[in-house]
Design a protein. Structure first.
Length: 443
């Protein structure tokens, strides 16, 4: 990042209780489009190549630190006394730092890196000491300007006059500020407000009072300012992130037949000329190759799909599935923790779990791998060019040799040699007259 590489530290505020989420989990650990909320702010922070990255934690601090261990220094805000108080907890962690401090939040997943770059450019070109990010909507903090349009302070809605409540420019809470000014302004904060808290927003008026230069950058897309405080906003953020992801994929050469009914997580990769039909869900860090056809209502979790694969409709790939080139998985087929070689196929009504299928191996309708014996998961291996007939059960651990055949309806409990035909059925018997004697017929 050219504009913010000079000397920057990032503080991410993630100590809020999140009571409106009505959850036992920390708010910043709630998932949106495949990642916890805090992940998005950390990615923005890391993209600035900061010299220091500090995350302020509060509720569920141990759980948050465990999930993001090694990516930041964590400081604890033991008592919730406001955003200004939260930043003050970072003074010791940044005691030897003298560059710019970027302040972000752990519950705002929609900010773009380009926005932070705009703030850095503004700070440099205007020789500003503090740059704040605003939005063209009425947020809880209103931006108060003088008659020349210069920012003079931020007022919280709870403390605003009726006239100030009409202001349609809001404070996002994101700041880029000289470190020396930050600590000087924070030392001037007072808790004489409706909430009895130390407001970070007050550093703006104190900076101006001390005759430092303050500038503002206004968002063009107000969606970026969305903070997630309850489940409705979590869903709103997810909708925005999904739309961005689908647009990115379509611009890269992927056909999304109906974006309104297609759900793809932010870390999914999809190759050009792949077609994704309506009702599909693709999660985690799944990787999908080129010229893949994913038919309607297919669900893919944390899987790898190579080129020219055909999936669905209504197929389910569970985690750790790998389908090589030209594999065909049909309707109502479930695959879990399995590797299917090039050209292998299971066209309908099959379960493939903890298995390896060689190149061109084929499972008929209703064929399944019986991988679980109530104590352990066992492996099934179907070697290349082997075929398994309809409604066959492969009781793992078992191996079907190359070019072997398994008859329909067989239950296989022993390895099948190469080129052999395995038939494992009970003898069919007929009891004469049984139906006439035992079945009741309608009058």
């Amino acid at each position: 990042m050219t504009d913010t590489e000079n000397d920057i530290a990032v503080i991410v505020l993630a100590a809020g209780k999140g009571t409106r989420m009505k959850s036992e989990r920390s708010k910043v650990l709630h998932s949106v489009c495949g990642q916890p909320l805090l992940e998005y702010s950390l990615r923005i922070a890391e993209a600035t190549a900061p010299r220091k990255l500090v995350v302020v934690v509060g509720r569920d601090a141990e759980e948050v630190q465990a999930q993001f261990a090694g990516r930041a220094e964590f400081v604890l805000q033991a008592s919730q006394r406001g955003t200004g108080h939260a930043v003050l907890q970072c003074r010791e962690a940044l005691r030897d730092f003298s560059g710019d401090v970027l302040i972000l939040y752990g519950d705002t997943p929609l900010f773009r890196l380009e926005t932070i770059e705009r703030m850095a450019t503004c700070k440099r070109q205007a020789a500003a000491d503090l740059v704040l990010l605003t939005a063209p909507v009425a947020l809880p903090g209103r931006i108060v300007r003088d008659t020349q349009g210069r920012v003079i302070r931020i007022v919280e809605a709870t403390d605003a006059t009726p006239e100030e409540l009409l202001i349609q420019e809001g404070n996002t809470g994101v700041y880029l500020v000289d470190a020396a000014l930050l600590w000087k302004a924070l030392d001037r904060l007072e808790d004489s407000n409706e909430q009895g808290e130390l407001y970070l927003t007050d550093i703006v008026k104190h900076s101006i009072a001390m005759q430092y230069r303050v500038e503002a950058v206004c968002l063009e897309d107000a969606n970026q300012a969305l903070g997630v405080n309850q489940r409705v906003e979590l869903a709103q953020a997810a909708a925005v992130l999904r739309a961005r992801k689908l647009e990115e994929l379509m611009l890269s050469g992927v056909t999304i037949v109906d974006p309104a009914t297609t759900y793809i997580d932010v870390d999914v990769q999809v190759g050009a000329d792949t077609v994704i039909e309506p009702g599909c869900v693709i999660t985690g860090s799944s990787v999908i190759g080129k010229n893949v056809h994913i038919k309607a209502n297919t669900y893919i979790e944390e899987s790898r799909i190579d080129d020219r694969v055909v999936l669905g409709p209504m197929a389910h790939l569970r985690p750790h599935t790998w389908l090589e080139d030209e594999v065909r998985i049909g309707n109502f087929v479930e695959v879990k923790n399995s590797h299917l070689g090039r050209g292998a196929k299971a066209d309908h009504l099959s379960y493939i779990g903890d298995a390896e299928l060689g190149a061109r191996a084929a499972l008929g309708c209703g064929a399944i791998t019986v991988n679980y014996n109530w104590t352990a998961k066992n492996k099934t291996i179907v070697e290349e060019d082997a075929v398994v007939g309809c409604n066959a059960n492969l009781i793992a651990p078992v191996r079907i040799g190359k070019r072997a055949s398994v008859a329909a309806g067989a239950t296989i409990v022993e390895d099948v040699p190469e080129d052999a035909l395995a038939i494992a059925r009970a003898e069919q018997i007929h009891i004469a007259g049984w139906s006439k004697k035992n079945r009741k017929t309608k009058a």
